[in-house]
Design a protein around this ligand. Sequence first.
Ligand SMILES: Cc1ncc(COP(=O)(O)O)c(C=O)c1O
Length: 360
Amino acid sequence: MSRVYNFGAGPAALPQTVIERARDELLEWRDARMSVMEMSHRGAHFGEIAKDAESRLRRLLSIPESYKVLFLQGGAQLQFSAVPLNLLRGKDRADYVDTGQWSSKAIAEARRYCEVNVCASAKDGGYFRIPAESLWEKDAKAAYLHYTPNETIGGVEFQHLPDSGPVPLVGDMSSNILSRPIPVDRFGLIYAGAQKNIGIAGLTVVIVREDLIGTAKETTPSMLDYKVQADAGSMANTAPTFAWYMAGLIFEWIDAQGGLAGMEKRNGVKAKTLYDAIDDSDFYSNPVDPTCRSRMNVPFTLASPELDGDFLKQARAAGLEGLKGHRSVGGMRASIYNAMPLEGVKALVAFMKDFEERRG
Ligand SMILES: Cc1ncc(COP(=O)(O)O)c(C=O)c1O
C-alpha cells in the first residue's frame, strides 16, 4: 500500500522522512533504551530533546534572546483566553482585526476578559479580502493588537505585517508559521497549534517578548500564566513530550530543506501551480482577492455543488485525501502546508483537469 497525498487542514501531512525517523527511533531513543513516549519530561534524555528543539526553532525563526519560547498543551484556542489573561497588563481593552472565522472566535473569547475594539472587519464582504490598513481604527490605548495572519478556513493570508506602532502585535500563526521567514522582533507574541506546520496535535508553541509577561490577571489559571510556564521551562505541568520531540524532527527537516527561505520558495511554487490551474479554468473558482490568497489553504468550488460528491469520491480513489471544504463554506479546500510536496499539488491539478474534462 502506498501513502495518499493528504490535503487535510490539520492534523495534516507530515514529511515521510520524519515519520520514518520517528519509526526508527520509536522503540529505543538513542542510548535511553526506552521510547520517547515513555520518558520522564524531567529526565536528562527528554531534556536534551527539548533543548535541541527549542534551539532549532530559535535558529529557524531568528528569535531574539529577549523572547521566551513555550511548548504548551491546550491547542491554539486556549491561547484565545491566555492572550488577554496575560497581556492586558492592567489595561481594559485590546484591538482585534476580524478577517474570518478564526479571528472571530478569538474575538468572542477575548470579550470575556476585556473590551474588544474590532479595528477592522472583512465580515461584510464575506471575508474575501483584508481591509486596507489605512482604514483600520486602531486604539492607541489598546493593550495589544491581535490578528490572524492566515485564515485556515477562508484561505485568506496577510502578505504584509500590520503596523501596530508601540502596541504589541499578537499573531495567531497556527496555519502559516514556518512557511516563510518572519521578523519575530516586530511581534509581542506569536502562537501556533502544532498540527499543521510544526508537527502533530497536542502541542502549542508560544513565542513571547519577555517584558510582556509576569503581570497576568490574578484569576489566570496558573498553567495558563506565561511567566509560570517560562520559569518552569514549559514544564509547570507535564509537557506534551512526544509532540515536542516530533516538532524537533520537523525543525531539523525544515533546516535540511534550506530553512524558511527554502520553505517560502517551495510554498510559492506549489500555491502558484494550484491557483493557476483554478484561474485557467471556468469550472473551478476561488473567491479570495488575489492580493491576499493563502499559500497554505486553497478553497475552491466546482461549477455545480452537485458534483462535489463525485469529485471527492474519485479524488479519494486517485489517492488524494482531505479535500472536502470546511462544513461552513462547502466546496473543496486543499491545504498545502510545508510538508505537501510539489508532486502532490501536481497530482491534484492533473486530477482536477481530468475531472473537468469528463464532467465539465
Ligand atoms: C488559525 C487557527 N487558529 C486556531 C485554530 C484552533 O486550533 P486548536 O484546534 O489547536 O485549538 C486553528 C485550527 O485549525 C486555526 O487554523
